[in-house]
Design a protein around this ligand. Structure first.
Ligand code: CTP
Ligand code: CA
Length: 224
């Protein structure tokens, strides 16, 4: 019912969204992941769909229902997310990277479960860096309008602005407030070339709707 009253700011636009954590296996029974719930990304998918967009959602392992009318692709690892997102990116006009992608993965996945060897000394894990999905999409010849999120534990404005420049994207969204993982509410800091704007504390769907308005405004300005 509420969806009906949302202005169709993204009518006919194609929006690609990455969401959730990734899971990087160590061996058949263990892996490395993080506390991302995927809630913000799924809320953005729902809000973009309400705004009339065709939405593709590439999701890491999360326990969330797919928003109505959204096309969902499930992946586990950062490499799988990269492999799913990159070929789709140029078919979309907007890419919102909400995923908490693991920065590193074990260099080799053990075929069998690693066993204690009785020595009392733990195994050492050799790690390798995962590809940066957002930076790679932003570098494409026909890249969509890219929006990044910044997960920081301190100084969101400083680190957020550094990411804006480093990744070459027009908009970075910082989570403000210390622990927002898994919660249903948050506050956001929008960082772009013009400055900063806060979207005050609210539930994630309200934040997502406001963010979709901000993204569509910037996207229209850019394409004019
Ligand atoms: N991101 C991505 N692929 C990665 C790492 C990050 O697409 N391998 C995206 C995230 O989805 C987010 C943005 O880049 O939109 C910033 O992620 P963040 O983890 O905050 O920044 P990093 O560049 O990974 O730097 P660091 O973790 O060291 O702060
Ligand atoms: Ca990171």
């Amino acid at each position: 019912v509420i969806a009906f009253f949302q202005p169709k700011l993204l009518a006919g636009r194609r929006v690609l969204i990455s969401a959730g954590p990734t899971f990087e296996p160590i061996d058949p029974v263990r892996g490395i992941t993080n506390h991302s719930s995927g809630k913000m990304g799924f809320a953005v998918a729902r809000a973009a769909r309400e705004a009339g967009a065709e939405v593709t959602l590439v999701a890491g392992p999360v326990h969330l229902a797919t928003p109505r009318g959204v096309k969902r692709i499930d992946v586990q690892t950062a490499q799988q997310m990269f492999d799913a997102v990159l070929p789709l990116a140029e078919q979309h006009e907007i890419f919102v990277a909400t995923a908490a992608v693991a920065d590193w993965r074990p260099a080799a996945v053990q075929l069998h479960k690693i066993k204690k060897d009785g020595s009392g000394s733990p195994p050492s894990l050799s790690m390798t860096e995962n590809p940066d999905i957002l930076a790679s999409v932003a570098k494409l010849a026909d890249s969509p309008f890219c929006v990044g999120f910044a997960a920081e534990s301190e100084d969101v404005p400083k680190h957020g602005r550094a990411k804006l420049l480093r990744k070459g994207v027009p908009l970075i969204v910082g989570n403000i407030g210390p622990a927002t993982f898994g919660l249903d509410h948050n506050a956001l800091l929008l960082i772009d070339a013009d400055g900063e704007r806060e979207i005050p504390h609210n539930d994630k769907l309200s934040l997502a709707r406001e963010l979709v308005r901000e993204i569509s405004e910037r996207f229209e300005k850019k394409t004019k």
